[in-house]
Every structure is written in C-alpha cells, then in structure tokens.
Design a protein around this ligand. Structure first.
Ligand code: F6R
Length: 607
C-alpha cells in the first residue's frame, strides 16, 4: 500500500527520496512522485508505474544537479490507487500554488470539503481525496500563519491519514500529521548536531529508515506539527532504532519470498526463544491472571493471518477445550457481532496496521473485551492498542505474499493453545513433554531440503495450465489448504481454491476432470484414511492429483514425500514449506513478479 518518505538536509534529495521509496516498493504501488523545496523553488515530479519511470521523468526535465543538492526539503510517495485511477494527475504529491503534500490513508469527508473549496473558486485537478488537504491548507493560510493553517486543516479531516506537507510559506519545515496510518521521524545522531543540524527523515515504515537513522519517534494518532533540521530533540518518546540493512537484503536468493521461505527454520527458533524449552512453556507477556479472565475466544484477522486464526481455532479447542470463533475482520466490523464481556478478543496481523483488523480490535476494546494482538511489528497500531500482545518475531517480511509471518503466527498460536491447556488443566505432564518435543521438531521440519526444492522445481512445469487448482485437507490442514491456494493465486495469477477434503463431494467435485489439479494434503498422523477416501473420490473423476504425504500413494499422479514425522504439527510445517515453494516455482515459470504481484499491497491500511 502507499508509502511516504520525507527528508530535511543537504544530501542529494532526488537520490534520498528514490532510495527511500525503493525500500517501500514491496508494499505495492502503481504510481510515484516527489517534491523538492529548495531556494524558494518548489519542484514536483510524478509518474505512473514503477520508480524507474519517476527517475526517467526527472532526467527528462533536464535540471542541473544543484536543484537536488544543498540544503532543502523533500517528500516522496508511492501510491496504490483507491480514489481515482492510477494516473499521473492522481499521483502524489498534490500541489496548491505554493505547497505540496503526500498522504497515506483515506479522507472520508473529502466530498464535503471539496464542495466547500470549489464554492470558493478552487479548481481541482485530480480525482483523489488527498487533493482537498493541500487546498484547504492554502485556503486557511490566506488568513493564518502556516502553523495555524495546518492545524486547522487537520482538525477538519475525518478518516485516516499520514501526511507530510512542504510549503514556500515555511521553507525550512516539514509539516506532519498522523491518524490511523503509520508515520515515523528518524535522525542519525552521529551526523546530527543540535545546532548545525544534519538530516531528518520521515517514513511510513521502518524498512525505509534502516541504516539511515539510529533514533526514531513513532508518531501517535493525533500527532500534528512541524519540524525543521534542529527540532528532533524536542519530540517526545525518542527511541533507539537498531535495525540493520543486511537483514533487509535478499542475501543471494532470487526473491525475498524465497529467502523468507528458507529463513523459516531459524525464524521459528526466534519465535520460540524464551517461550519453549525442555523445561516448559512460558509466555512472559501474559500475566498469571490473564488466563482466568475469559471463558471463550474470538479471533479476527484478514487473508493469510485469517488462515492462521483458523489453525488457532482447531488448536485451542483441541488442546484447551475453550470455545473459539474466527472472523474475517472486514466482515466482523459491520455485522453487529455479539461480543461477550468474558470473551478474549485476539487480533492477528503481520503488519499490525491492517485497517480492517485494527478497526475490529477497536470495536472489541470499546465493548470492554480483553484484547490480545498477535503481531509481527512492535510499536504497530495494534500492539499499541491491545491490552496484551505477543510478538511473532518474524523480522521484516518483504515478499508481498506472506510466508514466514504465517509460520510464526501458527507457532505462537500453538504455544498459546498449549499454555492455555496447561492453565485450564487439560494437558498433563506427559502431554506437555510431547507438545514441547513436537514444537522443537516442527521448527526443524521447515528446513528446506535441496532435493525437495529441486523436485518441486521440476514438478512445477506440469502444473502451469488447466482450468484451476483445488487444495484440500482436513482439520488444521484445511486452513493450510486455503493458505496454499492463496499463495498460488497471489503470485501466479492462476485460479486456486482451498476446500475441506470432505466437502468436495457436496458441490466442488463437479469441476473435477483431468484439467483440474488437486493438491491433496495427506498427513499420516491426522485422519489419514478419511482423507484418502475423499481423494479417491476425486481420482475417480479423473482429476490430476498431486499428493503431499509421508506414505506411498500409488493412485496419485505425483507425490511429494515428506519425512515420516511423529506428530501432525511437524507434518503441518513440512507441508507448509512445500506449498510455498510450489507456488513460488509455478510463478517463476510463468515469469511473474514474485515479490510484487500485481494489484496487491503488503500492508492494507484502507478498508
Ligand atoms: C497474503 C497476505 C495477506 C495478509 C493480509 C493481512 O500473502 O499477506 O493476505 O495476510 O492482508 O495482513 P496483516 O497480517 O498485515 O494484517
């Protein structure tokens, strides 16, 4: 989704902004732009498509390098179209007569504001909701100082926003405002002298500031102000920023997604560190009375995170015997959900910023429910909002198609379910020992074996055509089937659906023929025979079957064998890796943009 960069300093502003935007590319965008204010000259560049188009636009303007070097301000933006199609005119920055502005989020009352400004004679050039902000500011600036005008403008906005504005009226300052959309300010203290200055950076995500700053302020909802080169020390809640650049690179893998699949083995160790050991299971973040405070659980999430919620339901109900309902966040909000006061509300999110999930969490909190965020990003909106949070510790996930974030979410939910089972006296000592053993082994089961990856590379060429894919499984392998289908859809653009194996005969089997590919998840340790019968029903209809299983299964057209594990959770994690690799290799053969699939955004901060 949209990305924002801001900069005050002496570096080449074109390069600084482009480099920053490049770090945010993984979030998805369809146009980009930047504005530079230097020596009382405001220059704006915008282009549809990738950042290279923006660079060409700037080159074609044939400007001297001095325009970009020396002290000045700059703001940049990658836009993922919501209001108005992805055209140059709708790209940010939006401009008035002497100001330029970038915005993430949605201004819900933009139509009223637009009418008001039009009645004053303001002419709009774009179809966006954003353009009203810059005109409103300039309208107020006729009668007020720039500071007052900005503050009055922000007070009029309803919706979500992260905003940066630069204006000739205050050529040394960037104006900023944040509401329900992430925004941070950073500084490199080594190069920054309180009196002589150095450089100030703004970004909508950590990724763009890695290696550039060592101190940051995560702006809070309602924060609004302006800052010049010397203003950083006056901000509140300055925090150290430790992230390093190496972790954000591909490290020799072809794609971030591939690197992230391979990383899962080590990442899961991080997730378990201090939580799972031979001695027992602990979640330090949850105090001792937490587990007594609820009778049932509602889990809410979107997309891949919703699939882990479904896994969580099976695990919690089985291991702790606590009733769990799961909800798709975008449906939950407006469905007038019945929420019980003694219910625990869990929001699951990789980013912690997904608008639908965030609003659902707010709703639950307003209703007085105890809330828990299972999230990958510390300091994200959800982590800040929830009463409790469990970080999944996946590290930065750059591939738009989520892999390691899903693995860590499932692991955290598994740990949580076992701990809840222990607290509710549903798991005895022997049970605890066997869960711990399974967890430690499941982490190892995500190690990518070279021969399996090679096999999947070869196999992928047989699965490029046909009229669709079914991914089927039972129990926790049903949400895994949903996730496998989603991965394939997202990065290969092939049609794929996940189904519970036993549900096929109730309708979907009508589609079965030799041009329909079925990926059958057939674990040995959970309902193998039930599953096998369902798969045989599909084989009888001539569907092409690829079985993923530790057992011999001659009826299948292809078999990807996993080792002979002792628990279904080990089988789950091993199969997860196979499905991720299969989606990856099919997408590679189809020459798709694996890390940045079309139409998708990494962090969906609009409804
Ligand atoms: C799919 C994917 C999305 C996200 C969904 C929720 O690969 O990544 O389906 O899972 O947009 O995002 P988060 O988890 O950040 O709330």
């Amino acid at each position: 989704m949209c990305g924002i960069i801001g900069y005050i300093g002496n570096q080449n502003k074109k390069e600084t902004i482009i480099n920053g935007l490049r770090e945010l590319e993984y979030r998805g965008y369809d146009s980009a732009g930047m504005a530079i204010l230097q020596n009382d000259d405001l220059k704006v560049f915008r282009a549809v498509g990738k950042l290279t188009n923006l660079e060409s636009t700037i080159i074609n303007a044939k400007l001297h390098d001095e325009v970009f070097c020396g002290y000045g301000l700059a703001i940049g933006h990658t836009r993922w179209a919501t209001h108005g199609s992805p055209t140059e005119i709708n790209a940010h920055p939006h401009i008035g007569t002497q100001s330029a502005l970038v915005h993430n989020g949605i201004i819900e009352n933009y139509k009223e504001l637009k009418q008001e400004l039009e009645s004053q004679g303001v002419v709009f050039s774009s179809q966006t909701d954003t353009e009203v902000i810059v005109h409103l500011f300039e309208s107020y600036a006729k009668n007020y100082t720039a500071q007052e005008a900005f503050s009055k403008t922000i007070q009029r906005l309803i919706g979500s926003y992260a905003i940066l504005l630069i204006t000739k009226l205050e050529p040394n300052k960037i104006f900023y405002a944040k509401q329900h959309s992430p925004l941070m300010i950073g500084v490199c203290s080594k190069q920054h002298d309180e009196h002589k200055g150095g450089a100030i950076f703004f970004a909508s995500s950590d990724a763009a500031l890695i290696g550039l700053v060592d101190k940051v302020v995560y702006l809070q909802d309602g924060n609004c102000g302006e800052i010049d080169m010397y203003g950083f020390q006056n901000l509140h809640n300055i925090q150290p920023f430790y992230a390093n650049k190496i972790s954000a690179q591909k490290e020799g893998y072809r794609f971030f997604m591939e690197k992230e699949i391979y990383e899962q083995e080590s990442i899961l160790l991080e997730t378990m560190m201090g939580r799972v050991s031979e001695d027992g299971i602990i979640l330090d973040e949850l105090d001792s009375d937490f587990f007594e405070r609820f009778r049932s659980i509602a889990i809410c999430a979107c997309g891949t995170s919703h699939h882990s919620a479904l896994v969580g339901k099976y695990l919690i109900e089985r291991k702790a015997r606590v009733r769990v309902t799961t909800h798709i966040a975008s449906e939950f909000r407006y469905a007038k959900p019945v929420l019980e006061k003694d219910e625990l509300f869990i929001a699951i999110s990789q980013s912690g910023e997904t608008a639908d999930t965030l609003q659902a969490l707010k709703l639950a909190k307003d209703e007085g429910l105890i809330t828990l965020a299972i999230c990958n990003v510390d300091n994200s909106a959800m982590v800040r909002l929830a009463d409790y949070s469990l970080l999944t510790r996946a590290g930065i996930e750059k591939g738009v198609a989520s892999t390691k974030a899903f693995a860590t979410q499932v692991m955290v939910l598994w740990i949580f379910s076992v701990l809840l089972g222990i607290k509710r006296k549903r798991i005895n000592e022997i049970g605890i020992k066997s869960e711990i053993k399974a967890m430690l082994n499941a982490q190892k089961a995500t190690k990518v074996q070279a021969q399996i990856h090679d096999k999947i590379k070869r196999l992928s060429r047989r699965y490029l055509h046909g009229h669709g894919f079914f991914f089927i499984g039972r129990d926790i392998f049903y949400p895994l089937a949903l996730e496998g289908a989603l991965k394939l859809k997202e990065i290969s653009y092939l049609h794929a659906e996940g189904y519970p194996s036993g549900e096929m005969k109730h309708g979907p089997i009508a589609l079965a023929d030799s041009e329909l590919f079925t990926l059958a998840l057939m674990p040995k340790n959970l309902l193998y025979n039930k599953n096998k019968s369902n798969v045989e029903e599909i084989i009888a209809r001539d569907s092409t079957i690829c079985a993923i299983t530790p057992l011999d299964f001659d009826l299948a057209d292809d078999v990807v064998k996993i080792p002979n594990y002792q628990s279904y959770m080990e089988e789950f994690f091993a199969m997860m890796v196979i499905l991720q690799l299969l989606a990856l290799e099919i997408a590679v053969r189809l020459n798709r943009d694996v890390d940045m699939p079309r139409n998708l955004a990494k962090s969906v901060t609009v409804e």
